[in-house]
Design a protein around this ligand. Structure first.
Ligand code: ZN
Length: 310
């Protein structure tokens, strides 16, 4: 008799356990699951990877697939030149196994990397720019002599598809270090994504090869690496994070007229006021393009398409 009671009691416990598992299973499927819930799932615990910008989130997800969960520091619409993380983001990072820094001297990382390392000493920090050849930040020609900051590298490395391939490889190396068991899985994903990036690079190169006007006027000088890859030249309205002076605006209008430029490309992270002033003067239009969109390959095609219509 006692045996039977014990048995029924145990069945009851098992039933409760099953219900709990089912409930937590449902919670898990919500699109906006939070990190603590993920952590309770022992069977399919995801590796949390922190990144600075959205294109890196795409790279990590392409390689890590369902084994990773990405925490992005600079949210959509914010600029990595100025953004500061929230306390909640730092808490999220305390659970990360790896942080993929852009590593190109972008202001967010210059200001925050020490704090990011301090919040989680066990976290592997990798440098996505390892192996990338840096360009110097574009300078205004007339300012050139007086205000030349030596070694000011252009931080926008991810906007070259060729650089993206290096970043992807660095992320792969990091994932293999923290999770060697799944090396083959990451390798297959990486190879597939690199092949996709090669295709994007080749198609953009073909698309832009016959442009007669190879100068583009942009608000924020994010396109140096992109222009290098496809033999274009960017003329930027903003210089080193500063709005142009009235004289600078006049100079840009002159350059645009001389070069028969009628389109100004702006980024959603920056004000378009000065761009519109110049557009009026040159009888042109303002076209927004996003240097920080998450869907990387699609965004690169969109940008190439916008540049090709100049
Ligand atoms: Zn920028």
């Amino acid at each position: 008799m006692e045996q039977k009671i014990k048995f029924v009691g145990m069945m009851g416990l098992i039933a409760i356990f099953v219900v709990v598992v089912l409930i937590s299973g449902c919670v898990e499927e919500k699109p906006k699951e939070n990190l603590t819930e993920t952590k309770n799932l022992t069977t399919q615990e995801k590796i949390i990877v922190g990144v600075t910008i959205l294109p890196q989130a795409e790279f990590v997800e392409k390689i890590g697939g369902d084994k990773v969960k990405v925490v992005v520091m600079v949210p959509p619409g914010a600029s990595p030149h100025t953004y500061e993380p929230t306390p909640n983001q730092m808490i999220d990072l305390s659970k990360a196994k790896m942080y993929a820094a852009v590593g190109s001297g972008i202001e967010f990382e210059i200001a925050q990397m020490d704090k990011i390392r301090d919040v989680n000493k066990d976290m592997l920090v990798i440098n996505c720019s390892n192996g990338i050849e840096f360009m110097e930040m574009l300078k205004d020609e007339e300012e050139h002599e007086e205000h030349h900051h030596k070694g000011n590298k252009d931080p926008h490395v991810w906007l070259s598809v060729k650089n993206a391939k290096i970043m992807v490889k660095n992320i792969y190396d990091g994932l293999v270090k923290i999770d060697p068991e799944n090396k083959e899985y990451y390798k297959t994903n990486m190879e597939a994504y690199i092949a996709e990036l090669d295709k994007v690079d080749k198609e953009i190169s073909e698309k832009l090869s016959n442009l007669s006007n190879r100068k583009i006027l942009v608000y924020h000088p994010a396109w140096g690496y992109f222009c290098r890859d496809y033999n274009l030249t960017q003329i930027a309205i903003e210089k080193e994070g500063k709005e142009p002076t009235p004289q600078g605006i006049q100079n840009l209008i002159k350059q645009a007229k001389e070069n028969d430029i009628h389109v100004i490309f702006t980024s959603p992270q920056f004000s378009t006021k000065n761009a519109e002033v110049i557009a009026n003067e040159i009888n042109g239009s303002v076209v927004p393009i996003n240097p920080l969109a998450k869907n990387y390959t699609e965004n690169m095609y969109r940008i190439a398409d916008a540049f090709s219509k100049v």
